[in-house]
Design a protein around this ligand. Sequence first.
Ligand SMILES: Nc1ncnc2c1ncn2[C@@H]1O[C@H](COP(=O)(O)OP(=O)(O)OP(=O)(O)O)[C@@H](O)[C@H]1O
Ligand SMILES: [Mg+2]
Length: 224
Amino acid sequence: MSDILEARNITKTYYLENETIDVLKGVDLKVTKGSFVVIFGPSGSGKSTLLNILGSLDRPSDGQVLLESVDLSSHSDSQLSEIKNKKIGFVFQFHHLLPEFSCLENVALPAFVKGMPPPEACDRALLLLDKFGVVDKKNRLPSQISGGEKQRVAVARALMNEPLIILADEPTGNLDEANTNKLLKEFIGLKEEGKTMILVTHSLDIAKVGTDVYNLREGRLYAM
Ligand SMILES: Nc1ncnc2c1ncn2[C@@H]1O[C@H](COP(=O)(O)OP(=O)(O)OP(=O)(O)O)[C@@H](O)[C@H]1O
Ligand SMILES: [Mg+2]
């Protein structure tokens, strides 16, 4: 099967005043279409850093990311934003819902940006909120719902534009066991529909759902 996403020798160094931090030291990864990749590693190992680079939210210090065989470094920031909106669904570690918008608006927003007529976007957003058990919170602001509910709204938002790839950064971090299992089931269902999943976590239990599991350690990825 073809690779939908490929990372080639990715490095990332952060420069602070008196310190340079080599977080990624040469990461290679091939993601096959329809696979469920899990990257497992302890806190501070660079999981969010790597996921942000794979999802074109950040650029590597060196190396390349190829999405459907196209090198993302060849794109301008505005081209990258368009690709992100259309092809990639990102579930952030700290959800990043927009505080001044309702849950419904937060979920529908990526479709508004893409140009979907608002009534259609709202209908789809309601279906997704319902799928994740938070449709009754549709008119609340993010500050008026719990952490786990915010996380579920953020998952609904990531799915709004039917992305090819879903990148999820510790998406079950705020969920109880029942909701963790429910969300993982939904993710497995998305994989079965043909979507590609990449999830990062520090939980070995969650890593078990992956078809391709890697350990991120000392700046490098190791197949598990
Ligand atoms: N903007 C930044 N500037 C400097 N150092 C950073 C920056 N962002 C992250 N780091 C450092 O890079 C390392 C990796 O951070 P990252 O957030 O990728 O870890 P993580 O594996 O996602 O951790 P967690 O499981 O706690 O979310 C950490 O040591 C962190 O302190
Ligand atoms: Mg992180």
